[in-house]
Structures are given as structure tokens and as C-alpha cells.
Design a protein around this ligand. Sequence first.
Ligand SMILES: Cc1cc2nc3c(=O)[nH]c(=O)nc-3n(C[C@H](O)[C@H](O)[C@H](O)COP(=O)(O)OP(=O)(O)OC[C@H]3O[C@@H](n4cnc5c(N)ncnc54)[C@H](O)[C@@H]3O)c2cc1C
Length: 301
Amino acid sequence: MRDHVELYFGRAALDVWLTPELQTSYGDSVEDLSRVALLQFAKARGLGAARPGMAGLPRRPLADLAQAAAEGLRVFRGLRVERIDEEPSGGFRVEAIDDAGHRSDACFEAVVVTTPAREALRIASSLLTLAERDAFAGFRERPAVCLSLAVDGVESGIPQEIRFARGDGSLVGAFVVEPGQLLGRAPEGHCQIVALLRDAASERASREADDVVTKRALRALARARPDLEERVLGTRLARSIVPFFEVGSYRRLERFFRVQQDRRSLGRRLYWAGDQYAGAGFEAAILSGDRAAAEVAADLA
Ligand SMILES: Cc1cc2nc3c(=O)[nH]c(=O)nc-3n(C[C@H](O)[C@H](O)[C@H](O)COP(=O)(O)OP(=O)(O)OC[C@H]3O[C@@H](n4cnc5c(N)ncnc54)[C@H](O)[C@@H]3O)c2cc1C
């Protein structure tokens, strides 16, 4: 992405426009990021179009949506799948272990694996072809650290996203201010701030204690919100691993999906969903879930 943007739009566009624009989804390691990630992102958002798409925040917690979508389904929680094997008579046996350490298994006609890539490789390893193993070995991840702050008082009636320019030395790449509202994620009269650390800072944070990372992030935020520290009511640090779309990853995905077509045509009812198969963020995860659902429906019809 860096080479592509510098060549076509110049260094300033990379530093103060396109990296800040994309970093909350794809991270700011633009030296290694696939330019396809940028093109996909630009297309999805309508960047440069006469009426670009606006970024938005859900009014209510997304957990409500997940809950509603799962109503009527049998959902087992606190159950870790240990392995998936093909049954000699067709279908799959799924072995799992619960929080108390009890093992169980069950058989299914079709299986959709929606765990992160590394875990998918571990649990479905006995089912994979050599080409699929290669594809899984090629999936890359990066640590992502977010600091959420419950803040006293409201800054504005509408959500805001503030982004720092690339290379400005700030440990925080961007933050979102979410005003509180009735039934919202933050109560009325308060607001929530979610700050995303830059890739290098997230990487370093994996070796640091929560309070050290929190203190540093608060200091970085003070540049944009000098009075913030006195208004903070509570903090929560979220550490996570998200997919990284380095140069070549979309080519690998294309090869991976060609293998899937081949396996499906031979009758294998095994599917994959998750953001790592589509792009960064919830929307990509949903897109990939839709794709898997359509494939299952078509194959079982
Ligand atoms: C702090 C943070 C903030 C984010 N903010 C945003 C945002 O504002 N907007 C946005 O679009 N995206 C955001 N994202 C990205 C978004 O969360 C992901 O893109 C999305 O959750 C990906 O969905 P997924 O289904 O692919 O994977 P996940 O949500 O990671 O789901 C994988 C699931 O697999 C389960 N699992 C793993 N192993 C097993 C096993 N062996 N057996 C059973 N289950 C297993 C895990 O428990 C997990 O529930 C954020 C991510 C983080 C970490």
C-alpha cells in the first residue's frame, strides 16, 4: 500500500489521508499491507466517489443483534471444539470439551468453521489437503490493543472519530468518541472513548502490563483531549489478535477458494467463515458468513 499510494498520490496523501483512513480496520503497517486491502476498503466506503459511504456506530450494543440472530438456534456456550474428523459413512464428528473439562462429541452432515485461522488449522487438520495446509500457513495475524474509557460528560451529540497522522509519533492511531444515549452502549450524560493503538505499540504492549499500557495511552490521548484524565470513570484494555492482509494474501485467498470449489464438487460439506477470508472488520466477517451460508444451502438443497 505504501508504494502504491506514494507512487500515485504522493507521500502526504499516504501520511495524512489514506493511512489514517484505513488504519482502524487494517492497521497502519502500510509498508507490508496489500494494496488490494486499500482498494477493497476504498470501494466499500466509496472513497473518492461523489457520495462516499459514512462510517457509523451502532446505537445499541451489537450483542443484542447477535442474540436476536441466534434466537431459535441451539447454541452451546463455553464449549471448545477440539477436533473435527470425517466419518466413514459421511458427515463429520465434532469433538468438544466444556469449561468443566467434560468431553463430548456429535455428528453433523455439514460443518462451518468460524474460528481464527490458526485454530481452524488445529481442529480441522485431519480434513485438509496439502494446498489447504499451505493456505492456512500463509494466513497472517497482528495484535490489536484497544483502550475503552467510560468518560464523565458529553462532548458532542454525534459520534466522532479522531485520527492521528502517520509517523507523528503518537502511540494511539485513532480514537472514537461515542456519546451516551438511552439504551446505548454508554449511558446518557456520559460518553465512551475507544482508542486504538498503532500496530507497533500493540506489538510492544503484548510484553507490557495493563496499567503501563493504559497510562501511556492516556498520555497520548491528552494531546487531543487535555482534560480527559480527570473525567475518566473507568478503563478497560482489550488485547486481541486480528488478521493482517499482507502483500500476496488476496492471491492466496483466491487459490484457497478455488480448492474449496473443487472439494465441494467432490461432496465435502466443510465450509469456512470469518474476517480472515474476506477483509478486516465486522462487515467482512458478515460477508464471509453470508457466503458460507449460501454455499451450505446450495449444497444441502
Ligand atoms: C478490540 C477490537 C475492536 C474492534 N472494533 C471493531 C469495529 O469497531 N468495527 C469493526 O468492523 N470491527 C472491529 N473489530 C474487528 C471485529 O471484531 C472482527 O472483525 C470480527 O469479530 C471478526 O469476526 P469473526 O467471526 O471472523 O471472528 P471472531 O469474532 O474472532 O470469532 C471467532 C470465534 O471463535 C471462537 N473459537 C475459537 N476457537 C474455538 C474452538 N476451538 N471451539 C469453539 N469456538 C472457538 C472464539 O471464541 C470466537 O468467538 C474489532 C476487533 C477488536 C479486537
